[in-house]
Ligand binder design. Structure first.
Ligand code: TLP
Length: 345
């Protein structure tokens, strides 16, 4: 069988030969003692790139979000976020289970909440209320379709948060997709944040790893919390080495993923008008209404699997398709051909 075309997520990329070489050759030490030079260098480099004082390497984006929220809020505090936030729906209930936080979801548009919404939601500080400790934004926003959180709106939301003493966390799992899509440097979003997490293991293509950046004091606390969560790792320079290659070689390349996603969306809209609005595809995700292709997402996913295409299908009419380094333009054409056949059947 030919290579499967895997559109389930940008997390599925395999490490490149350059990453594997860097992993094999990485200088390492015990990172819990702060001894791993490859990790230390990656943390310093990432912090400088994002314009922050310090960084902390963590195994996953989910741990990055937890570490960040735990630094900024105490049990019983409230986190204000957009209703589709990843940490709220797709991280196993960690904010409640591990951190004792309340979450206040606000309905957004394209993943964006406004400063007015935030100002209205933040609590005045009465002893009756939970403390509004954090406003969390997601950029790009996964369940809204890989949409960018516009920098001006992010600045306005951050000032609304700070006006009542709340901190700001940016779940920037795909912050470099936002940078490449807009030309706004990732550090501009970091500038409005107390903590920002980003992932090496999504579009940048590393096998494992995420980074939390913030000021030195917050990152000192983040180290303690990472340890508490069981995320203190030892000779983890072998992973940091791959992450460094991903950061050095993966950012500009994201533009190809965005072009492929746009081509996919335009092709799908040509096959079945209205199934997707290509103008809403800003980065590497396409959410398509699969009704014209013969059923719900589970049925369409099963049919695509027979054509060698992997997707995630559930009992809904919406299916997410994600482009990444291991899918090229010719494969996008093959995917469009498969959808065309489904529409005809
Ligand atoms: N997203 C994954 C999972 O939901 C399966 C995906 O395939 O998109 N923040 C955002 C915005 C994310 O999209 C993700 C992962 C995370 C955090 C968590 O990262 P990991 O998977 O490393 O814990």
């Amino acid at each position: 069988m030919d290579k499967l075309i895997d559109l389930r997520s940008d997390t599925v990329t395999r490490p490149t030969p350059e990453m594997r070489r860097a992993m094999a050759e990485a200088e390492v030490g015990d990172d819990v003692f702060g001894d791993d030079p490859t990790v230390n260098e990656l943390q310093e480099h990432a912090a400088a790139l994002l314009g922050k004082e310090a960084g902390l390497f963590v195994p996953t984006g989910s741990m990055g979000n937890q570490v960040s929220l735990a630094c900024l809020a105490r049990p019983g505090d409230e986190v204000v976020c957009e209703a589709g936030a990843h940490f709220l729906h797709f991280e196993g209930g960690s904010a409640a289970a591990h951190l004792g936080l309340m979450v206040r979801p606000l309905p957004g548009r394209a993943g964006v909440i406004t400063a007015d919404q935030v100002a209205a939601a933040l609590r005045p500080g009465s002893e009756h209320n939970p403390r509004s400790a954090v406003v969390a934004i997601e950029n790009t926003h996964n369940s809204a379709g890989g949409r960018v959180f516009p920098i001006d709106e992010a600045r306005a939301v951050a000032s609304a948060a700070r006006a009542t003493g709340a901190a700001v966390h940016v779940d920037g799992a795909r912050i470099f997709n936002a940078q490449v899509a807009t030309g706004v440097p990732a550090r501009e979003w970091a500038a409005v944040a107390d903590t920002l997490t980003f992932c090496f293991s999504k579009g940048l293509g590393a096998p494992i790893g995420s980074m939390v950046v913030g000021d030195a004091e917050v990152i000192r606390e983040a180290r303690r919390i990472r340890k508490r969560l069981g995320g203190g790792m030892r000779q983890v320079g072998v992973l940091a080495a791959a992450a460094r290659v991903a950061l050095d070689t993966g950012v500009e390349r994201l533009a190809e993923d965005h072009d492929n996603a746009r081509a996919l969306a335009e092709g799908l809209a040509d096959i079945a008008s209205g199934c997707v609005d290509p103008t809403e595809v800003e980065t590497n995700m396409v959410y398509v209404d699969v009704t014209p292709f013969g059923g719900d997402a589970a049925e369409v996913s099963a049919a695509l699997r027979r054509a060698g295409i992997l997707t995630v299908g559930g009992p809904t009419t919406s299916m997410r398709l994600v482009t990444h380094r291991d899918v090229d333009a010719a494969e996008i054409d093959a995917v469009l051909l498969a959808f065309k056949e489904l529409a005809r059947a």
